[in-house]
Design a protein around this ligand. Structure first.
Ligand SMILES: [Zn+2]
Length: 256
């Protein structure tokens, strides 16, 4: 907009100069202003849209950049196996390294387990974890996943206590996201589909399959699942800010 104003002023100036230079122009004539000047009536920018003038439709600042982008973390891809470093069960100071994959991402309106809701959709994904190195075989495994953090409104000042930690068979959680300037309540359910050792020690592999279901506004693309080192989660860890809990080894999956 500023650029446009500048151009307009420059044209007016050129016109005036030309008029003066010619010496024959009518110096009292006003250049015609084709667009009515008005004070822009800006809407508020949100994560999806910039501020927009409700009178002329011009766009201003925004959209607001996603908080995740300035977090220093990066996103992991779907259907790709990543190394997953975590603590063992018997000794939290001993590390095991296995693999984690986000698979079977799908969107449904609803089904027997998940009730449909007007204006919402279910975004579903599975996390598959395999841990089977010598440390895992000797000491067992611990895993930690975190839901409730949002790609746009990403804030690690919160404590883990504010979020649902997935350590039990089933957990549910709700939180708020903002999509096109409107707040929506997101619901999330997790389900353990599988959690078993396959094979015999010392070559056994622990297979964990979790299914996550998020009820989000149709088209929402900010759902995150974090998989992180369970060794970071020591006693009292649910009271410390998430930035002390989640390190650079944390795997971040964005559902869409
Ligand atoms: Zn305007």
């Amino acid at each position: 907009m500023k650029k446009y104003l500048f151009l307009t002023l420059a044209m007016v100036l050129a016109f005036t100069l030309a008029a003066c230079g010619g010496g024959q122009g009518d110096q009292n004539s006003e250049p015609e202003i084709t667009e009515p000047e008005h004070e822009h009536a800006w809407t508020e920018a949100n994560y999806q849209e910039p501020e927009i003038c409700t009178e002329c439709g011009e766009t201003g600042d925004g959209p607001i950049p996603p908080g995740f982008l300035s977090s220093g973390f990066s996103l992991s891809s779907h259907n790709t196996q990543y190394d997953y470093k975590t603590a063992t069960y018997l000794d939290i100071n001993v590390e095991t390294i296995g693999q984690v994959t986000l698979t079977d991402v799908r969107i449904i309106e609803g089904d027997d387990k998940r009730e449909a809701k007007e204006g919402y959709e279910w975004q579903i994904a599975q996390i598959k974890i395999e841990l089977g190195d010598a440390a895992a075989n000797q000491y067992g495994t611990r895993t930690r996943e975190l839901i409730g953090l949002d790609y746009y409104d990403f804030n690690l000042d919160d404590t883990a206590n504010d979020f649902e930690e997935i350590g039990s068979d089933e957990a549910e959680e709700s939180y708020t996201v903002n999509f096109y300037g409107v707040d929506y309540e997101v619901e999330c359910y997790s389900d353990t589909l599988r959690g078993e050792w396959v094979g015999n020690s010392p070559n056994a592999v622990y297979n964990l399959e979790m299914e996550y279901s998020f009820l989000v506004p149709v088209g929402y693309d900010g759902v995150l699942i974090a998989v992180y080192n369970a060794g970071n989660f020591t006693e009292g860890a649910d009271e410390v800010p998430l930035e002390d809990l989640l390190d650079q080894d944390t795997l971040w999956f964005r559902l869409k």
